[in-house]
Design a protein around this ligand. Structure first.
Ligand SMILES: Cc1cc2nc3c(=O)[nH]c(=O)nc-3n(C[C@H](O)[C@H](O)[C@H](O)COP(=O)(O)OP(=O)(O)OC[C@H]3O[C@@H](n4cnc5c(N)ncnc54)[C@H](O)[C@@H]3O)c2cc1C
Length: 291
């Protein structure tokens, strides 16, 4: 199938894009932002989305950067995922975000798809959802009233839905530099390499006096929004690591899931069992890294 007809706009600055989006909204025109098109174009072609206008951000070159400022890594929304994958800064200073990027689709998808597009699309199976929660990332949006900085736990509202308003543009995502001594792990299960994950887990922790501390466990692919699992985190926090603890944390994490998604790819119960296994494996890997 081919997309339904739409008007096409290609602003060259963020201000121009915001003014355009506001005008279209005032005129009751259903407009969508186009970034790398790796999610939006298939949705248009399948007519799952039929916007009357597309606002292509491809000409806004100022949104393509990765740099560090005062312990925070800032990534422009139009930076491609392959640029993030190739970034030595990310690899060295935020290896969890870097590792998750490598799991997104295939290299060809990452060449076109943008970092901002993945956060904005808010697919429950998107790796970046879990990374946003695990790292307490911040999203910067610019709209007619200026800039807003949205913490990750307020950014994702529901399935494919974020707090970005119709006349706002996501311009930047921010992640802290990983602190010294942090162990981390990222694992997911897909039916085929490059597919969206059935379920996945991100873990960070530290070790102090032989015990796990600062434990963060985030899961994705199982509910509409990626989430941290507080019960499993608390179980591991302050405890000496070991296979029995990791297995118990996996069971606790799985039990905490509220009605995991059932779809054509897997049942909710299968996804629950994947989380138990992945949490156990990620904890072991993160402890080994921290030690
Ligand atoms: C075969 C295949 C496999 C894939 N596998 C994975 C995978 O494993 N994991 C994964 O996470 N994704 C996967 N994807 C999706 C891919 O990562 C997309 O690149 C990503 O979801 C969207 O990024 P984009 O730049 O292409 O955005 P687009 O497709 O252009 O836009 C996606 C949505 O975000 C909105 N948007 C984009 N940028 C902005 C912005 N700056 N401000 C406000 N709104 C914005 C658009 O309006 C649209 O609603 C896959 C895609 C394909 C085709």
């Amino acid at each position: 199938m081919k997309p339904a007809p739409f008007d096409y706009y290609a602003p060259e600055t963020v201000d121009e894009a915001v003014s355009l989006l506001q005008r279209l909204e005032d005129d009751d025109v259903d407009a969508k932002i186009l970034a790398g098109g790796q999610s939006l174009m298939p949705m248009l072609s399948l007519r799952m989305a039929r916007p009357e206008a597309l606002v292509d951000l491809g000409k806004i070159k100022t949104l393509d950067y990765i740099h560090e400022e005062n312990g925070v890594i800032r990534i422009g929304a139009m930076t491609t995922k392959s640029a993030a994958e190739d970034s030595v800064l990310l690899q060295q200073k935020q290896p969890l975000l870097h590792a998750a990027t490598q799991h997104i689709g295939h290299r060809q998808i990452r060449n076109q798809g943008t970092v901002g597009g993945s956060f904005a699309h808010a697919d429950p199976a998107a790796e970046y959802g879990a990374i946003a929660q695990a790292l307490a990332m911040e999203m910067v949006v610019v709209g007619p009233d200026g800039e807003r900085v949205i913490p990750a736990d307020e950014f994702y509202l529901s399935f494919l839905t974020t707090d970005i308003d119709c006349s706002e543009v996501l311009t930047e995502v921010r992640a802290p530099v990983m602190s010294e001594g942090t162990g981390w792990a990222f694992q997911e299960i897909c039916r085929r390499q490059g597919d969206l994950a059935l379920a996945g887990v991100a873990v960070t922790l530290k070790m102090a006096a032989g015990n796990c501390t600062d434990v963060v466990i985030a899961v994705f692919g199982v509910n509409a929004i990626a989430a941290r699992l507080a019960d499993a985190e608390q179980l591991v926090n302050g405890s000496a690591p070991g296979e029995a603890l990791f297995a118990k944390a996996g069971e606790t994490a799985a039990a905490a899931l509220d009605e995991p998604i059932t779809d054509v790819h897997a049942t909710g119960e299968y996804r629950r069992s994947l989380i138990a296994t992945l949490v156990r494996r990620c904890l072991a890997e993160a402890v080994a890294g921290a030690a």
